[in-house]
Design a protein around this ligand. Structure first.
Ligand code: GLC
Ligand code: CA
Length: 541
């Protein structure tokens, strides 16, 4: 049986610090910037802030390549700034989650600097080294960021494994010393009063590179249980694992209600629906709503009482949802509200990614030179070499590139969207003149205030937290509709994914019941017809 936990009721706000708010004009967002914006976040009614990595890093992958796990990235601020942030957030009943990156370090981390000095260095075995095979890579494992996952180290004549960039060598979790180091790091941060961790690519720590197993390796859950016992277990902390390759059965192991592993995982199965099957995310295919309904509904029901998930439509690795599966032109506002309605009616803990609450969109920079993301830049060169046309590559980047989510937060219509008084580290989306926080905070019809309202509704209704999920109008190609039921309480969520009006007919047993509209994204409502991207949430009596 599922025990009630505080995070079941929570809403989490994700911050990408580099792009959130720059307090000192160097063009880079920082911790003091976040402190200054705490009221903006608190006003939404969120309970937790997840900070993407804030540790010392050469920033090959913007902080996901850590060179010192126990110090703050100087451009983000100091340890005192973080302590102040934790304190001031707690004053507003907001907890802080840090991002833990246990799968790899930076190649500039002291362990790797040592490890590469010689084959018998005492840190050698912290990483994964293999001899060349016939003068080549040990096998054809690929890096997520293009090219081989093996990099030859001239000085010692072996290859090391990097499932991400060359500057992110993979740690060897089979080595108990590595595991101890990581637990020590986790406890160091837990002692500062944080509420838990988002755990980066946790599914990879049990890898078996010789067998080309990268995710869900044989000892994965053994490691997670050990981590749990040695660090956050029994402390009622929120831990969320990033799991691209989990199915519901695996998710039940990760999030077993006995508390032996994690509180929840993110599942991303729906995000591969708009890529050509078996190909890469860059190989685009339009979304089929029937498939989306199927995948999301599967996850809504499969774990009931036996696990928990985090819900998200955006994060720092994903394109902006309004641009991706909605409309970022004339219907942008209704569309952003529609996605919020869809997600906040669901079972699981919702995560908002900075700017989502303003309906921020994708960006189209004029050329590759404006892009900063290592994945995007590698992809560009890789595909160019493979003979793809420039246009084709840029179209993939416009649709899926990670910098879509990383342009600075749009605070106002001032220069640089009010993000910085200096030169921003990455270009601001030129639509900041119309899409910005300043214009939305005091407008009761804004996307920001819609999020605020729907978060408040969610908090008042147990049925939205624990109610059973049931998909309805299953075969409708335009409408995504579902019920949540708990005892005698029932909620109906109905969303139109089309840019045209769509008629609908509710199942008979619902039609006769009394409905009260809790929230919706159009001022005037027509019975039996949804306007473009219309969404409604009803209480049913
Ligand atoms: C995760 C992060 C992503 C990062 C990668 C390597 O997928 O979300 O931003 O590049 O791991 O750490
Ligand atoms: Ca700064």
């Amino acid at each position: 049986m599922l025990q009630k936990k505080w995070w079941h009721r929570s809403v989490v706000y994700q911050i990408y610090p580099r792009s959130f708010y720059d307090s000192n004009g160097d063009g880079i967002g920082d911790l003091r910037g976040i402190i200054q914006k705490l009221d903006y976040i608190a006003n939404l009614g969120v309970d937790v802030i997840w900070l993407c990595p804030i540790f010392r890093s050469p920033n090959d992958d913007n902080g996901y390549d850590i060179s010192d796990y126990k110090s703050i990235m100087p451009e983000f601020g100091s340890m005192e700034d973080l302590e102040e942030l934790i304190r001031k957030a707690n004053d507003r009943n907001i907890k802080i989650l840090l991002d833990l990156v246990p799968n790899h370090t930076s190649d500039e981390h002291a362990w790797f600097v040592e490890a590469r000095k010689s084959r018998d260095n005492e840190y050698r075995d912290y990483y994964i080294w293999r001899d060349p095979v016939d003068g080549h890579e040990p096998n054809d494992l690929k890096s997520t960021f293009s090219g081989s996952a093996w990099e030859y180290d001239q000085a010692t004549g072996q290859y090391y494994l990097h499932l991400f960039s060359k500057k992110q060598p993979d740690l060897n979790w089979e080595n108990p010393r590595v595991r101890n180091e990581m637990y020590d790091i986790m406890n160091f941060w837990l002692d500062k009063g944080i509420a838990g961790f988002r755990i980066d690519v946790i599914e990879m720590i049990g890898k078996k590179p010789d067998e080309k197993i990268t995710t869900n390796g044989p000892r994965l859950h053994e490691y997670i249980r050990e981590m749990n016992q040695r660090t956050f277990g029994k402390k009622e902390l929120l831990t969320v694992g990033e799991c691209w390759d989990a199915d519901p059965e695996i998710a039940k192991i990760y999030t077993n209600p006995d508390g032996s592993e994690l509180s929840m995982i993110f599942q991303f199965e729906h995000f591969i629906l708009d890529q050509v099957q078996g190909k890469e995310k860059w190989d685009l295919r339009p979304l089929n709503l029937l498939e989306l309904k199927k995948v999301l509904s599967k996850w809504q029901t499969a774990l009931k009482d036996s696990g928990w998930i985090g819900l998200c439509l955006n994060n720092h690795d994903l394109p902006r949802i309004v641009s991706r599966w909605g409309n970022d032109g004339v219907y942008r506002e209704v569309c952003a509200k529609m996605f919020a309605t869809l997600l906040y009616g669901m079972w699981g803990t919702p995560f908002i990614y900075q700017g989502e609450e303003l309906g921020m969109t994708n960006v189209k920079f004029p050329s590759i030179d404006y892009y900063k993301d290592v994945e995007t830049i590698n992809l560009y060169h890789d595909r160019l070499a493979k003979g793809y046309s420039e246009e084709e590559i840029m179209n993939s980047i416009y649709a899926k590139g990670r910098d879509n989510a990383r342009t600075p937060m749009q605070w106002s219509d001032d220069i640089n969207g009010g993000f910085t008084t200096g030169r921003p580290w990455i270009g601001v989306n030129p639509n900041y003149t119309t899409i910005n926080a300043m214009s939305q905070i005091n407008d009761s019809n804004s996307i920001y205030n819609y999020y605020k309202k729907i978060i408040a509704i969610r908090k008042q209704k147990d049925v939205l937290i624990y109610g059973e999920y049931q998909l309805i109008l299953e075969d409708d190609e335009n409408i995504f509709a579902y019920l949540r039921k708990l005892d005698n309480d029932m909620i109906l969520v109905i969303c139109n994914f089309a840019d045209k009006p769509v008629e609908y007919q509710l199942p008979e047993e619902l039609d006769s019941l009394k409905k009260e509209l809790l929230i919706g994204n159009y001022p005037d409502i027509f019975e039996a017809c949804l306007q473009p991207y219309e969404a409604r949430m009803y209480q049913i009596f």
